[in-house]
Design a protein around this ligand. Structure first.
Ligand code: ATP
Length: 298
């Protein structure tokens, strides 16, 4: 039997920037694969290539034995692949109900008994969403928005769920709840590809994992094998038990009474820069502000 997902030597580029190089992995039906790696390693790009939101420069992708290398995103969805993108991709001004209907609409089951059943099942792990039914999605907490994004994907009754950074910016208790949902999905036989910065939790629910570095797979295996692998240990070692790398995309406080608001991409770049310089974001931005003040004084 062929694996549910077979990614074979894919290379993906944004113009001249090659983000993913000759990456291969497989996911068996009902299994969970964790895709780990630092910021910019190519995790999001890999998931987008799988759901055909990005084209390939080389390599091939098969879903349940069907070659989808050149298929449209809808065809991949029809084969049972649902994608929860980083940043959740929900419509903030639409209500919870409307967002969920969009998911059904995408699956072609809106207003069918099949769709209603799927919705019922998708909402089961997230009872809070029923309480928020008529509320605009953008007014809910980040955790609830993530639940909505996952429920919307589940309403498509996927065989394979792609979860991109579901924990990003969420409180540890919420993250724990979400990981419990992932474990439950696995128990129900749904395969999951989990892109995560929460390494410990990801490895705890995964059957297999790969570590990406600069677009390449540098380690692959079972969680136990990875913990014993030198290449992976170099990456996992510093992070396995550390706090998540990705801190909430909330505006960093620079000094008392001053809040700087950055877009998600800028916030990530600032965080990476702070990481590289070994300081926290506040210190980095504080330094920049003081330089500006010095300039102004001069
Ligand atoms: P992150 O956690 O920061 O999202 P990631 O591992 O998911 O990291 P990708 O987002 O896949 O990494 O990015 C891989 C590389 O591709 C990075 O060098 C990134 O700067 C680059 N990249 C991503 N999106 C684009 C884009 N739209 N245009 C150009 N380069 C891009």
């Amino acid at each position: 039997m062929s694996p549910l997902l077979e990614v074979d030597g894919i290379t993906v580029a944004y113009g001249a920037v090659v983000a993913v190089r000759e990456v291969s992995f497989t996911v068996e039906a009902g299994q969970t694969l964790a895709v780990l790696g630092a910021n910019g390693a190519g995790k999001t790009t890999t998931l987008q290539a799988v759901s055909r939101l990005l084209g390939l420069r080389a390599g091939s992708i098969r879903v349940d034995g069907t070659d989808v290398t050149r298929a449209a995103a809808e065809d991949v969805a029809r084969l049972g692949v649902a994608h929860v993108p980083a940043g959740r991709g929900i419509f903030p001004s639409l209500t919870v109900a409307e967002n969920l209907r969009m998911g059904l609409y995408g699956a072609g089951t809106d207003r069918t008994p099949q769709g209603e059943q799927a919705l019922e099942w998708a909402l089961h792990p997230f009872p809070i969403l029923r309480e928020r039914w008529s509320q605009p999605a953008g007014t809910m907490s980040g955790g609830q928005q993530q639940m909505l994004a996952i429920a919307r994907a589940l309403a498509q009754r996927p065989r394979l769920l792609l979860l991109d950074e579901m924990s990003m910016g969420l409180a540890p208790a919420v993250v724990e709840d979400l990981f419990r949902v992932v474990a439950d999905l696995r128990a129900q036989g749904i395969a999951v590809v989990l892109v995560e910065q929460f390494v410990t939790q990801a490895l705890a629910v995964a059957d297999t994992a790969i570590v990406l570095e600069q677009g390449r797979v540098v380690a692959a295996g079972s969680p136990d094998e990875l913990r014993g692998d030198d290449m992976a240990a170099a990456y996992l070692g510093g992070r396995a038990d550390a706090a998540p790398l990705e801190v909430p995309p909330a505006p960093p406080h620079v000094t008392e009474g001053v809040v700087v608001s950055l877009g998600p991409r800028e916030a990530r770049r600032v965080r990476r820069l702070a990481d590289r310089r070994g300081v926290d974001v506040g210190t980095l931005l504080g330094g920049a502000a003081r330089r500006l003040l010095d300039e102004d004084d001069a």
